[in-house]
Design a protein around this ligand. Structure first.
Ligand code: OSB
Ligand code: MG
Length: 371
């Protein structure tokens, strides 16, 4: 199949509340929304890039340039037999995984529509609901943190992740654990610590955490392997796992117990499924991370998380935890009885785009047509 037209938009959506990690604080997001036309079909995707290059090396404006100058022309040149061909079509471009992923997601939507199947079926999903939690940003003080966590628990979320950093790690985690002894609780450091901080991180050892996520550098695997024996809580990699090879290296080096899969960070769904399968084969659990996706990206997240080895709750909260108004007319709502989202059974990704609102939040639009 040939793609006939590619439309790329930079948008802005404000969060319902500021989001703060060990490395940045932001009030909203500027992701890239992709629209493809082919064979009389319209398909959508999202590059879940940050506005600034503080999580990984990409940001909205670099992703736009890479898409416009390289990826869109490559995609228009390709004769695709399936969505799996997109990764190969982009292989000459190094890195830039989130720029690639938005286009690859749209190709999955396109081919799912053409096959008359749901995206979850196309990917090999096996469950109709996926368990989810909330990623709670750094708060001004512990009293506020306990209130914020309590409100999410009252909403029906059954798993909480705390963002941590030096000066906001052991005490907040301990305070939440003491207040809710049975809560599914985990922490995420977003690469702020060094190997020398191992003994400090070991102070979390008695808190019965589901996992500790990416304590060391964003591009490190080696030091994580050295840190792991110091920690009683399972060690999970996020930032470092950017390809199936990186996952294999982490597994072979015994650098983690668990892998966080974000299809944006990995460059698409095809390689995310490969990592899922590789981890499953060695008995390593995976879970679905989040990049505060809009409603469009969220449909891809939920479909991917329906695969069998996603056995820990995902950072895939309901749309209203992020945005007062989202760019889809069918946002996800939380199933409060079991802290899940329901996997779409509609043909394609399932996202129904609110094109009027999308126009309102669009900052720039660019298009390219095939020959
Ligand atoms: O490290 O998991 C992360 C958001 C942006 C960048 C990195 C991360 C996050 C989150 C949010 O933790 C998860 C979500 O989308 O709810
Ligand atoms: Mg993380």
């Amino acid at each position: 199949m040939r793609i006939e037209r590619i439309e790329i938009r930079k948008i802005h959506l404000p969060y319902v509340a500021p989001f703060e990690t060990s490395g940045w604080r932001e009030l909203g997001r500027d992701p890239i929304i992709i629209r493809l036309e082919a064979d009389g079909l319209v398909a959508w995707g999202e590059s879940p890039v940050g506005t600034h290059p503080f999580y990984n090396e990409e940001c909205t404006d670099t992703a736009l340039i890479i898409q416009q100058k390289y990826l869109a022309p490559m995609l228009l040149e390709a004769d695709l037999t399936g969505p799996e061909d997109v990764t190969a079509a982009f292989a000459r471009v190094r890195g830039n995984k989130m720029a690639k992923a938005g286009l690859e997601f749209a190709a999955w939507d396109l081919f799912s529509q053409r096959a008359g199947k749901s995206l979850a079926d196309m990917l090999g999903g096996t469950r109709d609901r996926v368990e989810v939690g909330v990623s709670v940003g750094i708060q001004p003080n512990i009293e506020t943190l306990l209130e914020v966590v309590e409100a999410y628990l009252a909403d029906g979320y059954g798993r909480i992740k705390l963002k941590i950093k030096p000066g906001w790690d052991i005490e907040p985690a301990r305070a939440v654990r003491e207040r809710w002894p049975d809560l599914k609780l985990q922490v995420d450091a977003n690469s702020i610590y060094r190997l020398e901080d191992g003994p400090h991180l070991a102070e979390l050892n008695d808190l019965n955490l589901l996992l500790i996520e990416q304590p060391l550098a964003h591009d490190d695997i080696f030091d994580h392997a050295k840190l792991k024996p110091m920690l009683a809580n399972p060690l999970c990699l996020d930032e470092s796992i950017i390809s199936p090879d990186h996952a294999r290296w982490a597994i072979e080096m015994n650098a983690c117990d668990i892998i966080n899969i974000k299809p944006g960070r990995i460059g698409g769904l095809a390689d995310s499924v490969r990592i899922h399968d590789m981890a499953q084969a060695v008995g390593m659990p995976v879970w679905h991370g989040g990049m505060l996706e809009t409603g469009i990206g969220r449909y891809f997240n939920v479909a991917l998380a329906s695969l069998p080895n996603f056995t820990l709750p995902g950072d895939i909260s309901a749309n209203d935890r992020y945005y007062a108004r989202d760019i889809v007319t069918n946002p996800f709502t939380l199933n409060q009885e079991d802290s899940t989202l329901t996997v779409s059974t509609a043909v394609g990704s399932g996202a129904i785009v609110d094109e009027d609102f999308l126009d309102e939040v669009t900052l720039e639009t660019w298009e390219m047509r095939g020959r």
